[in-house]
Design a protein around this ligand. Sequence first.
Ligand SMILES: [Zn+2]
Length: 269
Amino acid sequence: MVEHDRSNFEVVMKKLIALFTKIFPRQTLIRFSALFSFLIRPFYIGKKVECPVCGKHFRKFLPYGYGKAMDNRLCPKCLSLERHRLLWLYLKEKTGFFTDNLKVLHFAPEQPFLKRFRALKNLDYTTADIDSPIADLKIDVTNIDLPDNQYDVVICNHVLEHVDDVNKAFSEIKRILKPGGWAILLVPINPNVDTWEDPSITDPEERKRCFGQYDHVRQFGRDYVQVLEKAGFTVDADRLYYELTDEQRKRMRLARPGEELIYRVIKSL
Ligand SMILES: [Zn+2]
């Protein structure tokens, strides 16, 4: 493709993707994601970027979201975003997730991970969601209908900013973890503020302005480690992102601002 065709193509693609994500519910998008990525991939052939989740190379990643800062984000093959790629590397480099025999409960499982985690023979892997039809269990994270001390690992990313009673969610996650078990609890973080919420803010527009999205009920901030410690966890805010080279960070596009740390919490023995 010549350069101007390519940029025209990208403008059209960006509009189409924005339109799709606006019109269709997320579950519909997920259902058709395999077809979508199959159709789009021929236009992204190249070696410049690499996705550690699916292991493929591309000319660049797809745009996602709005505006210029939203360029070069979404993997055309597995639909990973920056935070998925960093978490994948973290699990691989710094935990036994891909090798140890672990009983795992994964809340609101991210599309790029779902079938890859399910295929790991070392895991006893269960997914949970409050309303997704593709999850194994229908569970509210603030009221988990499962016995105590069951899981080696809980993964619950980009959920806690949606739940009304976050302390209930923390205590339920802690309750179902085995002593010594750990959880990955990633949330959107605004590094310029302390964590805050206001239950009287219910208008979607107002929530978007205050908390970053129409269905978020709080904004987590620079004190997230203390928030987790207050919930009774030992906290490991991992700095893998900073341990990688500039070249690796650029090639794999690993974090947006506020996403550089991996928050792993551990239930004491
Ligand atoms: Zn990928």
